[in-house]
Design a protein. Structure first.
Length: 312
């Protein structure tokens, strides 16, 4: 029996799919380097966001696959893993609807000023109900940075609001849902900027102080991708100085975000703990997709959702 390490939650979400396939399944809360090294004969692992450093592979001679429970795989050096003969897979599209809905939810919360209005009601009741004024999402210009499965789903959802959609992406995909523009045009013209681009060296701090200065003072930034894409100090300064109206953030440069982080003190920042994909539907899709990738590799097949190509 080949040994596999997977998250406890993923095992439950798939009704013990891999155990039923005949694998020796080790269940842990959040598979980490230490968990893998505790089982040096492990053949495969399903991982969340814990770092999988390059010194792992020489200590795990039987390891053949690291399957990401999710889409981004910036916690794994996939090219190095390939050199060590280890497949890296992900689950494209599995959480697209959940994350896209979360992005649109943030846009609505920010547009309607829902959080400060609710807080004001608890403090002042009905007496100051007109002291905070929102805006409509309908008819707004929304810039989508990154047009993969999630970005495309955001665009589709926003058609119901009659939004004008601007798209910035490294490659063009035919779409009836928006217009491709350069990044400067997107930032300058958008009322909402929604980030869904992959975190790679070329996109680190893509949204920096200069980019934020291009945005309207009335504009909102939503980041559902990775924290590294936004320069958080620059964003904090822009929010503090009201150079932009607000931000909805589900991801951060350092996670978990410390309780004393300056972003926590801002009234115009709506923060969630990297939870956009935490829904029953997305959880099942990601867990089952990753399970099938592990089974494919360990049964000698080529995994459908590989992000690398092992050399041995």
């Amino acid at each position: 029996m080949q040994k596999i390490i997977i998250p406890e939650a993923a095992d439950a979400q798939t009704n013990h799919y891999l155990a039923q396939k005949g694998y020796d399944v080790i269940k842990v809360a959040n598979p980490s380097k230490a968990d893998l090294l505790a089982h040096p004969d492990v053949a495969g692992a399903m991982v969340y966001l814990s770092p999988m450093p390059n010194d792992l592979y020489d200590q795990l001679p039987n390891l053949k696959v690291l399957a990401r429970y999710g889409v981004g795989y910036d916690n794994i050096d996939a090219d190095y893993a390939a050199k060590k003969g280890v497949w890296v897979t992900n689950t494209p599209g599995a959480n697209a609807v959940s994350v896209a809905e979360a992005a649109v939810t943030d846009m609505l919360l920010l547009a309607k000023q829902s959080i400060p209005i609710a807080a004001n009601m608890k403090t002042n009741g009905w007496t100051q109900k007109e002291s905070i004024v929102g805006r409509e999402l309908t008819g707004a210009t929304v810039g989508i940075i990154g047009f993969g499965d999630i970005g495309q789903t955001v665009a589709k959802l926003l058609t119901g609001f009659g939004c004008r959609i601007l798209i910035y992406n490294r490659t063009h995909r035919d779409t009836p849902y928006g217009t491709y523009v350069d990044l400067e045009t997107l930032l300058t013209e958008s009322d909402f900027v929604s980030i869904h681009i992959a975190a790679v060296p070329a996109t680190e701090h893509l949204i920096d102080a200069q980019a934020l200065k291009l945005m309207k003072k009335s504009a909102y930034l939503v980041n559902m991708a990775r924290g590294a894409i936004v320069d958080e100090q620059a964003l904090y300064d822009a929010l503090k100085q009201h150079d932009i109206a607000g931000a909805g953030l589900d991801v951060f440069e350092h996670e978990p975000l410390p309780k004393d982080d300056p972003l926590m003190s801002l009234d115009n920042a709506y923060l969630t703990p990297h939870s956009a994909a935490i829904t029953h539907e997305a959880g099942y899709n990601m867990a089952m997709g990753a399970s099938k990738m592990i089974d494919a590799v360990l049964s000698g097949q080529t995994p459908e959702w590989a992000v690398n190509q092992p050399v041995k």
